[in-house]
Design a protein. Structure first.
Length: 174
């Protein structure tokens, strides 16, 4: 089952207009809250965005790689209280991937829009600052990513196992 889930999970940047049902959103969030974190600190938090106008504004957080956010019926912005943990990036990444696997398991598509360490279209403004201002996120928080989720508006082939890079696996030493 896990093998099939990993094989099927792909990034989807096109979604249908069908809204994600509240019970599916609740299940996605429940699954995300089960994510492990360093020392069980759980520095992450999530902002659920279903408002179309806000989705369009979120899509403008960086010049490339986030346009699909405007078309998604659901986005979950993954943030962290950076005062709680020095491994918040890793912890947020685990939450994001749990969301992606959970979405796929429910028949939904998802795509990660990286925010951390990206620039907004406005000179001198980071994508992180853009999102924080848009969503009223306190200064001591950081934005890792925007996970956009919805019903798949495109077909994707399963992962091509011919592309597995077994040469990157080392045993005991490099």
């Amino acid at each position: 089952m896990m093998y099939e889930l990993l094989q099927k999970r792909r990034s989807y940047r096109k979604f249908t207009e069908q809204a994600v049902e509240q019970e599916k959103i609740d299940q996605l969030l429940h699954n995300a809250l089960m994510s492990p974190s360093g020392k069980s600190i759980n520095p992450w938090e999530m902002i659920v965005v279903t408002d179309k106008e806000t989705q369009v504004k979120l899509a403008g957080c960086k010049p490339f790689g986030s346009a699909f956010v405007a078309e998604a019926p659901l986005s979950i912005v993954i943030i962290a209280d950076t005062t709680k943990s020095d491994v918040w990036v890793e912890d947020c990444s685990i939450v994001a991937f749990n969301l992606q696997l959970s979405a796929e398991d429910m028949g939904l598509g998802s795509c990660w829009a990286q925010v951390r360490n990206r620039q907004s279209p406005t000179e001198g403004v980071s994508a992180d600052q853009y999102v924080k201002e848009l969503l009223n996120i306190p200064e001591h928080y950081a934005v890792e990513c925007i996970m956009s989720i919805g019903y798949k508006g495109m077909e994707r082939k399963p992962f091509n196992e011919d592309k597995l890079q077994f040469e990157k696996i080392h045993n005991n030493t490099f």
